[in-house]
Design a protein. Structure first.
Lengths: 178, 212
């Protein structure tokens, strides 16, 4: 059981790092998706700033969750983010079906659909599982271990950003015009 | 003996798996690039090529209309989406150009891929007086190579693409409009038969020239 809890915790942290890094490579695209969910008066700079904030927030929570698994508030933040994903997926499925969600920037062509809703529900369930208590000795990390995990987090976020930029540069059709 | 906490081992595997997936994504892109299939596609149809016909429907109207390049009327076709900020800019510029009379003699069509209800989320799209349509079928669309939006395509009366690109500025839009309109000579020289000219009264300029 402990292995599943730790696996969910680490997996979600890495997923947040990947999503945040990929979004950083295409902030305008993500801002365009955000526009579907915000009131009309939100101007482009505001949307772009919000997109940047969300991407950086995912990176920060992902890095904190990965390197400090014992912090209770980080687990709660991950659960809140995953519940947010679920809510956005549900609203997207209801009102903007088959529009690109850009959850991983340009790296993924996934859209708001039933499968996406299922994936979000699975993530929320994993975040709930990661909240379960485990023996402290299993998650006790030294300074070196934390630094190594932070370095890994930076590497994954950077690789996600680069991969998303590479995919965006090589795409042959704009989303929606295929 | 050094004991590694279970979490550290699990987290390392998670990081390794994520890095592995990302490396595969990048190598796939690299492979496509080296093989030629992944080279970034150029935006818009080639200048000088024949523009394809398109079927489209106006929002709230199921009637399929046709854009038939080569029917004698030059056209500016803009591929735009209400969710794309640069597209809003282009729509605003096109509206202003139309109001100023810069697009006289041109058919201007805004084609969107977003659902018609999305027109409401953008001021520029909501207030535009230009014709808006949504492609009714994918036939003919591929020839326009819409790899990104906004894309403006200038088509002359013969159906030949005269310019294509991601323009958003007023001067660029005017340049596109000029490129597809038939050229008008700057001054017209009339040839008058000598016999009929001899019997005519001299005009003011001729009088002035004689006086000097």
């Amino acid at each position: 059981m402990a292995l599943m809890v730790l696996g969910a915790k680490a997996g979600l942290a890495v997923l947040l790092l990947t999503a945040g890094g990929a979004k950083l490579a295409d902030l305008s695209g993500f801002a365009a998706t955000m526009r579907l969910f915000v009131p009309d008066f939100a101007t482009q700079p505001v949307l772009r700033a919000a997109a940047l904030g969300i991407a950086l927030g995912e990176l920060a929570v992902g890095a904190a969750s990965l390197s400090s698994p014992g912090l209770g508030w980080v687990n709660a933040a991950v659960l809140a983010i995953c519940c947010g994903f679920l809510a956005v997926s549900a609203v997207g499925y209801a009102w903007h079906r088959d529009r690109p969600c850009r959850c991983f920037g340009a790296m993924s062509k996934r859209t708001f659909n039933a499968a996406g809703l299922g994936r979000s529900a699975l993530l929320a369930a994993c975040a709930g599982l990661a909240e379960m208590p485990v023996r402290p000795s299993l998650i006790q990390l030294g300074v070196a271990g934390r630094l190594a995990l932070l370095a890994g987090a930076v590497l994954v976020a950077g690789a996600a950003c680069t991969a998303a930029a590479a995919v965006a540069a090589g795409r042959d059709t704009a989303p929606g015009w295929a | 003996m050094i004991r590694i906490p279970l979490y550290l081992a699990v987290a390392q595997w998670a990081l390794l798996a994520a890095l592995g997936v990302l490396v595969v994504v990048m190598f796939r892109q690299l492979g496509r690039l080296l093989s030629g299939s992944g080279r970034p596609a150029s935006l818009g149809p080639a200048v000088g090529s024949q523009a394809g016909a398109l079927g489209y429907a106006r929002p709230g109207d199921d009637t399929v209309r046709r854009l038939s390049p080569g029917d004698g009327q030059p056209a500016l076709v803009a591929f735009v989406d209400p969710t794309c900020p640069s597209c809003e800019q282009l729509v605003g510029v096109l509206d202003e150009a139309m109001a100023a009379g810069d697009l006289a003699g041109l058919r201007v069509l805004l084609l969107i891929s977003d659902p018609p209800s999305y027109l409401q989320i953008s001021d520029a799209f909501r207030s535009t007086r230009l014709e808006v349509g949504r492609p009714a079928d994918r036939e003919g669309l591929s020839s326009y190579r819409v790899t990104a939006t906004p894309l403006l395509v200038a088509i002359d009366g013969a159906g030949v693409v005269r310019a294509a690109g991601p323009v958003t500025r007023a001067a660029e839009v005017r340049g596109f409009a000029r490129s597809c309109l038939p050229e008008v000579p700057e001054s017209t020289m009339a040839v008058i038969p000598a016999a009929s000219a001899r019997g005519r009264q001299p005009d003011e300029s001729q009088k002035a020239r004689r006086e000097t």
